[in-house]
Design a protein around this ligand. Structure first.
Ligand SMILES: NC(=O)c1ccc[n+]([C@@H]2O[C@H](COP(=O)([O-])OP(=O)(O)OC[C@H]3O[C@@H](n4cnc5c(N)ncnc54)[C@H](OP(=O)(O)O)[C@@H]3O)[C@@H](O)[C@H]2O)c1
Length: 331
């Protein structure tokens, strides 16, 4: 394009173009600094010795790994999830990792968080403990045509991903804000918020809510390090334990990446592999990401998740049918 012919507008377009390119390059350089050069804050010093971290979804996946890494550096751990046995086994493991810490198991079903007194029940069990870190991690997803998802499952998902998280923030944040030392709240959102995909609308919506909620709340409570945590793919049961690869990281890498960012970033994708992914996505238009996903990746993604989908579904067609229907439509 001949910018000279556009006169002053041509110069303006050139400047805007250069600024946009410079911004993306600067973003990449800052990302390298954050991922490889910046030193982690001393979390025990920052949030207090012998204090407690409350973690939801503590019995598996990313939540369990948060418990391990925080126990290792000296935090006492309150473990919340549904299955008492899994929680107790994890608590025992934590005591082996660090015999000097204490643990408390609090079984709770987050899908019932809409019931009267749900958050109070958890709070009552731990109110005498000095909770300095709150990690709202438990979450569930569904990859499915929207109209095929059972409405009861939709309600449960919103309760687990949103209602429980709001209520635990509401219960714990005011007292955490009054602590002499700083406190931290990690609300687990997801990288998918940046790349909204068809068939993932409900999950995306819940995670976008978590993200906006956390960003805003952080400005209300300056004494708390809020983080909206936005990982891309992590090898856990949620991803059918897909082996780590160029895009999928281990749960250890994931948690380390986010603890490294705590106290620095209000919104983060954490590990360097996910930073690269995030940067690349930021260069591409959403239609192109969707096009690549639906033409090259979706079939494998569905296949990988069919065992999970079959567990979720209470009636109606499976995700495979959804793909088949769509294929027919485009034929
Ligand atoms: N894995 C990923 O690629 C990925 C990417 C982005 C974001 N995330 C987010 O990261 C978080 C953790 O995911 P994950 O992959 O670690 O999941 P996961 O391996 O499936 O673990 C889920 C944890 O949540 C608990 N849980 C599930 N339903 C519950 C309920 N109704 N009440 C109480 N606890 C419940 C589970 O324990 P019980 O079954 O014993 O209750 C388990 O401890 C989620 O919020 C997810 O959305 C994950």
């Amino acid at each position: 394009m001949d910018f000279e012919k556009l006169g002053k507008f041509g110069t303006l377009f050139k400047i805007i173009g250069m600024l946009l390119v410079a911004r993306k390059i600067a973003g990449g350089i800052i990302g390298i600094y954050k991922a490889f050069l910046r030193r982690r804050k001393d979390l025990v010093q920052r949030y207090g010795k012998n204090t407690w971290a409350l973690v939801t979804g503590a019995s598996d996946g990313i939540g369990q790994e948060f418990c391990r890494q925080l126990a290792k550096i000296g935090f006492n751990i309150i473990l919340v999830a549904r299955t008492q046995k899994k929680l107790e086994e994890t608590a025992e493991e934590l005591k082996k990792i660090n015999p000097n810490i204490s643990t408390k198991v609090v079984p709770a079903d987050l899908s019932k968080s809409n019931e009267q007194g749900w958050a109070e029940n958890i709070y009552e069990q731990v109110k005498d403990l000095d909770v300095s870190i709150l990690i709202n991690n438990a979450g569930v997803d569904v990859f499915e045509r929207f109209e095929l998802i059972d409405p009861e499952y939709l309600k449960k998902m919103i309760n687990i991903n949103c209602t429980a998280l709001y209520l635990l923030n509401h219960k714990f944040v005011p007292q955490m804000a009054k602590r002499v030392k700083k406190s931290a709240v990690i609300n687990v959102s997801s990288g998918v918020v940046k790349v909204p995909l068809a068939y993932y609308s409900t999950y995306n919506g819940t995670k976008a809510l978590v993200d906006y909620f956390t960003l805003s709340l952080g400005d209300e409570f300056k004494n708390i390090d809020f983080m909206s945590m936005q990982p891309y793919d992590v090898s856990t049961a949620m991803m059918n334990n897909r082996p780590p690869d160029v895009m999928t990281i281990t749960r250890q890498e994931c948690v380390k990446g986010f603890l490294d960012c705590l106290g620095y970033e209000r919104q983060s994708v954490g590990h360097w592999k996910h930073r690269i992914q995030d940067w690349l996505y930021s260069l591409l238009p959403r239609w192109l990401i969707n096009l690549v996903f639906f033409n090259f990746l979706m079939e494998d993604f569905f296949k990988e998740r069919i065992p999970l989908v079959q567990n979720w579904r209470l009636k109606g067609a499976t995700a495979v049918n959804a793909v088949a229907q769509d294929t027919k439509k485009t034929e």
